[in-house]
Design a protein around this ligand. Sequence first.
Ligand code: BJW
Length: 262
Amino acid sequence: MTGEKALEWIGWLTGDGGLLHMTSQIVSGPIVVLTGAGISKDSGLDTFRDADGVWSKVRIEDVATAAAFARAPERVHAFYNARRQRLLSSDVAPNPAHFALVRLEEHWAHEVLVVTQNIDDLHERAGTSNLIHMHGEMLKARCESCARVTAWKDDLGLDTPCPGCKQSGAMRPDVVWFGEIPLEMDRIYQAIADCALFISIGTSGNVHPAAGFVREAREFAGAHTVELNLEPSAGHTMFHDAVLGPAAKEVPAYVDRLLDAS
Ligand code: BJW
């Protein structure tokens, strides 16, 4: 069966400086890939918790909670307007890690679901189709009055009317702030329960519920768990294997090894 010998092959052949440890477990079946800000770092977007990250410049409690938005909506709009314009600038584009996940989806014999915490659209631009944005999307706006979600590329402000109900002052970025419930959780937990391989890419493992997915995959689904990150994440002990290095380099190489062996 395609993919059956993939991880056995990896364990046998690799061992370069970026590799912490690899087991020889044989894996075949569905894959869940969790991605975080680190996968988009090589595309020119900031991470959150690195030294130069978003949270080194603004406080979470000022921009990433519903209370912050209620208290100072202009500041929250300015924060997301700037990030939206950055995402749409000509020098931001998918990097080889995003494209490698498209190859995995296209050529793996079983389902590959990408669950991203990122609100950028770089997975879509690369071509990933089986994708969940659990923390929402920067290029969508939601009306708090009528709940309509609208594709959005312009700045948002207090004077922006909802295209549906026409009310002004109720539009917000369609993202998940702290204290809000991430999207499509039932579908995500079902996919994790069914997966044979769980791959985490470019996330620090500090934010729940995403940080708990690896435990679900390993302990309840019996999945093989692999982390690809610049440095060990907060939950690194839950992963069977780890590959340390930049996503743009390590993800294509890892996907190549999986597919070459299948
Ligand atoms: C590279 C690299 C390169 C760099 N290559 N790698 C349990 C315990 C404790 C607290 C909680 C808990 N459960 C819930 C909570 C509360 C809270 C929470 O987690 N708090 C913690 C901070 C303690 N969680 C919530 O409130 C969530 N809601 C919730 O739990 O609802 C209850 C519920 C859940 C499920 C079912 C039913 C009910 C909501 C969380 C919302 C997070 N929102 C944000 C901002 C909004 C979107 C935006 O503006 O972009 O989402 S916060 C921010 O963090 C953003 C990210 O998606 C998220 C994760 O960050 P990520 O991706 O991990 O980035 P970094 O910067 O942390 O890490 C980057 C990594 O990449 C690093 O490791 C680098 O080394 C690496 N890297 N360059 C590869 N080139």
